[in-house]
Design a protein around this ligand. Structure first.
Ligand SMILES: NC(=O)c1ccc[n+]([C@@H]2O[C@H](COP(=O)([O-])OP(=O)(O)OC[C@H]3O[C@@H](n4cnc5c(N)ncnc54)[C@H](OP(=O)(O)O)[C@@H]3O)[C@@H](O)[C@H]2O)c1
Length: 286
């Protein structure tokens, strides 16, 4: 086991030497202290990670020693996120991946393997809500988009990464739901349903993948201050709704979600799988 780990480490560092164009930061990759970090020499693929919660998770996993592959729909956002994290000395590369597109998912997997040689963690953060209104007035096209991106894409991406996570021997998958899964937000019907489906997907996949030593858990954020939630946060009625229904006394920060994901990927969580874990402040109704 020790020899295999050493071989993997050496192979990765050889790759870095042979392909210097690779966007990983060499500073942290070659640092001795990095090997003592809890996610040292692990590789994490994170969708929807150029902004908000995903970006905070990317930064945190990299700070904890992982090589991180960030991704999102827009090249410009990927470039900015990679540049910012590399400036902090973190081992990060990036590629475009609109998770609803099969070819993009394939490219994400291919790029991660090409640059890192293996994948240990998959964190599926990308989620959309293109429609505000009545559930029964939601068009078929909108249903397909929401369920396709929020629910189907994580499962399909995971199926492509499965052999690699299995090879890792310590594979960990983290899905991202929402408190809207438990307490629906009005006018976000299809989104609420998609987030509830993720709770079930977590339970089902954790059972199926336990024999392969792959753990599957789910981060369930409350209202977190990101671009995605600005419309809600600025709506004073919604502020009252958050306090009344969720019991939350304040809006959370993306960084307050990231530590849990790092823990769930780490050996400290080796006996934790199939859990939907709420990060929403004080939440007596959840
Ligand atoms: N903020 C909250 O209050 C809250 C609460 C509960 C759950 N969540 C969930 O947390 C996740 C992240 O939300 P956030 O608040 O961090 O949003 P955000 O700040 O708007 O960031 C979204 C990130 O995802 C990327 N993205 C969007 N659609 C994508 C797609 N189809 N494929 C790949 N990447 C995509 C965006 O970059 P590009 O524009 O470049 O694609 C961006 O990097 C979502 O699943 C959301 O449902 C958020």
């Amino acid at each position: 086991q020790t020899e295999t780990t050493m071989l993997r480490f050496l192979t990765r560092n050889w790759r870095n030497l042979l392909f210097p164009v690779v966007s990983f930061s060499m500073r942290s990759a070659s640092s001795g202290t990095k090997d003592r970090l809890k996610l040292a020499n692990k590789v994490a693929v994170i969708t929807g990670s150029t902004n908000g919660i995903g970006f905070a998770i990317a930064r945190r996993l990299a700070q904890d020693g992982a090589h991180v592959v960030v991704s999102s729909r827009k090249q410009q956002n990927v470039d900015q996120a990679v540049a910012m994290l590399q400036r902090e000395g973190l081992s990060v590369m990036g590629t475009v991946c609109q998770v609803g597109k099969e070819e993009d998912r394939e490219q994400l997997v291919a790029k991660a393997l090409e640059h890192c040689g293996s994948v240990d963690f998959l964190v599926c953060v990308a989620g959309v809500n293109p429609f505000v209104g009545s559930t029964l007035e939601t068009s078929e096209q909108v249903w397909d988009k929401i369920l396709g991106v929020n629910v189907k894409a994580p499962a399909l991406l995971l199926s492509q990464l499965l052999p690699h996570l299995e090879k890792s021997g310590q594979g960990s998958v983290v899905l991202v739901s929402s408190v809207a899964a438990y307490i629906p937000v009005s006018n976000l019907g299809a989104y609420n349903v998609s987030k509830t489906a993720l709770l079930g997907l977590t339970k089902t996949l954790s059972m199926e993948l336990a024999p392969k030593n792959i753990r599957v858990n789910c981060l369930v954020p409350g209202v977190i201050n990101t671009k995605f939630s600005q419309v809600l946060i600025k709506d004073t009625d919604f502020g009252d709704h958050v306090k009344r229904l969720y019991g939350a006394q304040r809006v959370g920060r993306p960084e307050e979600c990231a530590g849990l994901v790092s823990f769930l990927c780490s050996p400290d969580a080796s006996y934790i799988t199939g859990e939907n874990i709420v990060v929403a402040g004080f939440s007596p109704h959840l």
